[in-house]
Design a protein around this ligand. Structure first.
Ligand code: MV4
Length: 449
């Protein structure tokens, strides 16, 4: 089946450049769209065509659906790649793109919508035999009902908004005394933030790892998994450092959970790339959420599998069958990604501005996914991530040594970045030992030296 011919990249920065590179290697024409402050972006220079779609605020540009459709129409693009963030998990966008006869490079709107509702996502996984966090999703009306249900779930428990995800709208209740207030607070926050006050209860896992499994499915009923990523190192739900494989997951566990989610992907009729998020505690995995987009940390999976996930996304969206089976996917070596943010490494305040000197690290096993160059000005309007340093080696210890070396080579002058924080992390004993959970970074930030 023939590939798509011209792809409009509905994103900016590092991921827009990543998508452009995949398109160019596949011989596909590219259309860059950008806001008024983004005309100097690297991928805008490299694209076959570019169009300004609106002012700096993303609501008026990168999330402006009529402007994006008009840009696709003017340029004759036959597909739109949403990247991550912005409109990547917006079912209305996916659906209106399709209605215009343009291919949305992502799953069907029905799957985006199903996974966007966390209660639905959980119920779907339960029906497919994927283990979920024990809890309740009953609609509760009286305080007696809330307490009754909470006792069944057990303490501590957490109340989450069905329209939430990524940490927004969660309330912890440690005891029976706290549960009524937590429930009502979660509900009113959910109503205010998401215009949907449905909430659900789960047993609160006290000290888990965050493990996610990458899947890939074509339009012909084939689905594979590409192993896990450990994304436990985070601060305020912002990941900083991700690795594959996880230092806490055995090969048997990987194969078992991987095959289970690949099977679930197949049974759902899901198409494209997807990520199943789990909490992992005391040897057990519990499904949390599914992401229906390409993720920031996809490169670590690419490094250990040798599979280009963006090219695969484009190929399956073109209607091609997967060119490999599960048996042909072999995980080899170790990969770590450090997110480099334009932020003060002490207090994480944004640090936009002009890059006056730039030198990216290189050498064997070093990959830098970034749109930065000397003379570029990081605008203040968007996410602060400006680069991803991805390092690959035969094993985890060599990977950490290579990462330390690469971080030392990296020069970004003119703005503050989180590179000094990563330098402390790679020297830390517990990080070297792979002994960390989702709470490790926030607990240890003040004494990393
Ligand atoms: C949890 C949890 C513990 N127990 N659910 C945070 C983001 C959202 N996706 C779900 N989150 C959590 N859900 C139960 N039942 C702990 C977290 C959590 C977390 C999860 C993954 C990565 C980082 C986290 C940081 C704090 C809390």
């Amino acid at each position: 089946m023939a590939l798509l011919k011209k792809i409009l990249i509905a994103n900016r920065g590092e991921i827009a450049l990543r998508i452009l590179r995949a398109c160019q290697e596949l011989g596909i024409k590219t259309v860059a769209v950008h806001s008024t402050c983004d005309s100097e972006l690297m991928h805008v220079r490299l694209a076959d065509e570019s169009i300004c779609i609106g002012p700096a605020p993303s609501k008026q540009s990168y999330m402006n659906i009529p402007a994006l459709l008009t840009a696709a129409d003017i340029t004759g693009a036959d597909a739109i790649h949403p990247g991550f963030g912005f409109l990547a998990e917006n079912e209305d966008f996916a659906s209106v793109v399709q209605q215009h006869g343009i291919t949305f490079i992502g799953p069907d709107p029905e799957h985006i919508s199903m996974m966007g509702d966390k209660i639905n996502a959980k119920k779907t996984m339960e029906s497919l035999g994927v283990p979920t966090i024990p809890g309740s999703s009953k609609e509760l009306f009286s305080d007696d009902e809330i307490l009754e249900e909470a006792k069944k779930v057990g303490f501590p428990l957490i109340i989450k908004a069905t329209a939430g995800g990524g940490g927004k709208g969660m309330k912890l209740a440690r005891t029976e005394e706290e549960v009524i207030e937590a429930y009502h607070m979660a509900k009113s926050e959910a109503r205010a933030n998401f215009d949907n006050d449905r909430v659900y209860m789960e047993r609160y896992l006290q000290n888990p790892r965050h493990i996610e499994i990458q899947v890939l499915a074509d339009h012909h009923g084939n689905a594979v998994h590409l192993g896990e990523r450990d994304c436990s190192l985070q601060r305020r739900h912002q990941k900083l450092f991700e690795e594959a494989p996880s230092p806490g997951v055995s090969e048997a566990q990987r194969n078992q959970l991987g095959n289970l989610v690949a099977e679930a992907t197949r049974k759902m009729g899901y198409k494209g790339v997807g990520t199943f998020e789990f909490l992992y505690e005391n040897g057990e995995f519990f499904f949390m959420e599914m992401n229906t987009r390409i993720q920031v940390e996809h490169p670590v999976t690419e490094m250990v599998t040798g599979i280009d996930l963006i090219k695969e996304q484009i190929k399956v969206a073109s209607g091609q069958k997967l060119s490999f089976t599960q048996d042909q996917i072999v995980l080899k070596g170790h990969a770590i990604e450090c997110r480099v943010n334009a932020e003060d490494p002490e207090n994480f305040f944004p640090s936009p501005g002009k890059i006056v000197r730039y030198h990216a690290p290189g050498g064997l096993g070093v990959r830098v996914d970034s749109h930065l160059y000397a003379g570029y000005t990081v605008p203040p309007h968007y996410d602060s991530m400006v680069a991803k340093l991805i390092v690959y080696a035969d094993d985890r210890q060599q990977c950490l040594m290579r990462l330390k070396r690469a971080l030392k080579e990296y020069v970004i002058d003119g703005i503050k970045t989180t590179i000094p924080l990563h330098q402390k992390l790679v020297d830390n004993k517990e990080i070297k030992d792979g002994q960390y959970t989702i709470h490790w970074l926030e607990k240890n930030l003040d004494n990393l030296d």
